[in-house]
Design a protein around this ligand. Structure first.
Ligand code: MV4
Length: 668
């Protein structure tokens, strides 16, 4: 029996909602988006045929709000709900509520979600089905005596895991018998706190295993197949960073055994739909004998595109066909691996600050056109504190692994992000790394190569400085040409002192790069410039497009890049790297000016992170009055002379524009 699906509501946001809508469009199915207040102008809302607001920005009030989502499903006439990943995708109660409301939940049966929700239950089922398990104990008796005896028998080190856990929460290692009791108590406390359930299981601890997962699909007619495996070993604190398919270094026998075990795992729980069976494989056994069941994810995974790339299939289309009650579109024998695919997750996070998630507006965003890019964000959109900071997934495919990597490196070199710090350079460093290129991947990779992957700030290439200068000069000419004949006094062009559009005229462009102040003196020579750069003077010319693309001749060399300006910030995208410069406005009152007027101005647009003085305070020349942070750099605002604070106009946390009057000093 098949059921018609004419309208699908997507109970999700971001890239996965956009991804699902794309398949629905291809299949001629109407798509309904739901969105939180924060997502009113989001891409997934724009792409869908209809959209319903379901609550405030916090997920609890919107994307996790089952009642509001079901109400939108009813109002929109949706036949089915696709939950994407995260949010309600593995929520058995929600799947049940959908059934009760007469809406198809595009996912596995409730019983399969429940069975896989408990680690102990899942392991017991897998054991029965003959799926390989890490040597361990997952019994009901939770007494110290039994658990300690189990650990002693397994042999140390052992890993204690919360039965109700997932994603690494509540895991504790005990390296020897005397340590076991304390590790157990700590794991139980964490499990109780996180899941309200202090049951644990004990396993042999495998150091830095590989993470290999198999994609399975089942239909409602009892057929289950696998779509090969992915390697997701490149992780940081349980967050996947790079995924690929197939897993490198597996023999054909091992690949077949993993696929077979995954199908057995699915059969053991009567699986229907898309699922992922996770295994860990000890590192000393690459291509060797062992792999062990970890857990099963009863949803479409973030990294499904690499499987799509090597199989040529659309997994969302398969999910919908199966939800309609159709048979699997292909049998196991119809499937083959074509080449190799690799995916990186581009995140708004700052590797220099321990990967702190970044929120704010992405004012510039350009994706490569030689790769598949799954994103839910456009230039000008914000990355919110409420949701995952992933900007995009970038996926390439090649005849072999080396080609997939080469294409991904090129794709990342053509990726441009302005406005927030990202892990782009970190991803590039991984793709350049020798062990990675050799396929030596395991879950310890990032930690082990940390120093190599987080290089010190690089010096500014002289061509990047030249491009920034040329872009400012060309933009200035453009603005001057557009201005009234007398010249617009507010045009940035008139900011350039010493400029006259005739021979012999010159201008000093002053940039800040990190701690360094760099001055480029530009002499105008007809259509060309003579630029005095740190390593000598060169003749240069440039063409600047409206989108910041700049093509220049600098001395004898041709050079192409992009310069994107926003306020004082200049981002130079050159040779796959991003350089951040700040253009110092020479008109801004100098320290000498402040000394006379007493007006202390913000050195650049940013945030006041500290206001160190109050009205009435006496200060001496050089006292740090405030700290303003801009583009991840702190600027200490110092007293230009002795005096008394007459007024304080901003407090810590305030945003300030370039030249804002921070405080006023009067004579002491
Ligand atoms: C393990 C393990 C080593 N030995 N189990 C982490 C999250 C959860 N899904 C299972 N995890 C692990 N279980 C045993 N017996 C190492 C990990 C592990 C890990 C697994 C897969 C991918 C990345 C990981 C990162 C750290 C630890």
């Amino acid at each position: 029996m098949t059921r018609a699906i004419n309208t699908v509501l997507i109970a999700n946001r971001g890239e996965i909602a956009c991804r699902i809508i794309r398949s629905l469009k291809r299949m001629g199915i109407r798509s309904v988006a739901v969105y939180s207040e924060a997502d009113r102008n989001a891409l997934h809302v724009a792409l869908a045929d209809a959209a319903y607001e379901i609550g405030a920005a916090p997920p609890r009030e919107s994307y996790l709000n089952q009642a509001n989502i079901l109400k939108a499903a009813k109002e929109s006439g949706a036949d089915a709900i696709h939950p994407g990943y995260g949010f309600l995708s593995e929520n058995a109660t929600f799947a049940e509520a959908c059934a009760k409301a007469g809406v198809i939940f595009i996912g596995p049966p409730v019983s399969a979600i429940r069975a896989m929700g408990s680690k102990s239950e899942a392991k017991a089922l897998m054991e029965k089905a003959g799926v390989p398990l890490v040597p361990g104990y997952h019994g009901a008796d939770q007494s110290l005596k039994v658990l300690q005896a189990a650990a002693d028998k397994i042999g140390y080190p052992v890993l204690i895991k919360a039965s109700a856990g997932g994603g690494g929460k509540g895991m504790k290692v005990a390296t020897s018998a005397p340590e076991f009791k304390a590790a157990l108590e700590s794991a139980q406390r964490e499990a109780k706190n996180a899941f309200g359930d202090d049951r644990v299981l004990v396993e042999k601890y495998l150091q830095q295993p590989r993470h290999i997962e198999a994609q399975i699909f089942g239909d409602a007619h009892g057929n289950i197949i696998h779509l090969f495996e992915r390697d997701c070993s490149i992780q940081r604190r349980h967050q996947k960073v790079i995924e690929e398919a197939p897993a490198p270094g597996l023999t054909a026998e091992r690949r077949a055994a993993i696929g077979k075990a995954a199908v057995e795992a699915g059969k053991a729980v009567g699986y229907v739909g898309a699922g992922t069976v996770e295994f860990i494989a000890p590192m000393d056994q690459v291509g060797g004998e062992n792999f062990y069941f970890m857990e099963m994810n009863t949803r479409l995974q973030v990294e499904h595109p690499v499987t799509e790339a090597i199989t040529g299939l659309d997994l969302v289309e398969w999910q919908i066909k199966i939800a309609r009650g159709e048979k699997l579109p292909k049998g196991q024998g119809d499937l083959a691996i074509h080449g190799h695919a690799m995916e990186v997750r581009l995140y708004a996070e700052d590797p220099a600050r321990d990967f702190l998630p970044q929120t704010g507006t992405l004012h510039h965003l350009r994706f490569p056109d030689q790769a598949r890019v799954d994103s839910g964000i456009r230039a000008g959109d914000a990355v919110s504190i409420h949701y995952d900071p992933m900007i995009a997934k970038i996926i390439t495919h090649g005849a072999d692994r080396a080609e997939a990597i080469a294409r991904l490196r090129r794709a990342l070199a053509a990726t441009e992000v302005g406005g927030l710090a990202t892990n782009l350079e970190f991803l590039q460093a991984i793709l350049r790394q020798k062990d990675f290129a050799a396929g030596k991947v395991d879950t310890g990779f990032i930690e082990r190569h940390r120093a190599e992957l987080l290089p010190e700030a690089q010096p500014l290439p002289v061509n990047a400085l030249a491009l920034a200068a040329l872009a400012v000069l060309r933009a200035g000419e453009r603005d001057a040409a557009a201005a009234a004949p007398e010249g617009d006094p507010y045009s940035p062009w008139t900011r350039l002192p010493g400029w006259r559009v005739n021979r012999g005229a010159w201008s000093d462009l002053v940039f800040q790069h990190g701690e360094a102040t760099l001055t480029v003196r530009a002499h105008y020579r007809g259509n060309d410039f003579s630029l005095a750069l740190p390593d000598g003077t060169v003749e240069a010319e440039a063409n600047l497009d409206a989108d910041g693309a700049i093509s220049a001749r600098i001395g004898a060399a041709r050079c192409k890049g992009r310069v994107v300006r926003r306020d004082a910030e200049c981002l130079v995208f050159l040779d796959g790297a991003t350089h951040r410069l700040t253009l110092i406005d020479p008109r801004r009152p100098s320290a000498a000016g402040a000394a006379t007027t007493g007006k202390i101005l913000a050195p650049m647009p940013g945030t006041v992170t500290k206001m160190l003085v109050a009205t009435g305070a006496s200060v001496t020349k050089g006292t740090v009055l405030a700290i303003v942070e801009a583009m991840k750099m702190e600027h200490a605002v110092k007293a230009p002379r002795d005096g008394k604070v007459k007024a304080v106009n901003f407090a810590a946390g305030d945003q300030v524009t370039d030249g804002a009057e921070l405080l006023v000093l009067e004579e002491a």
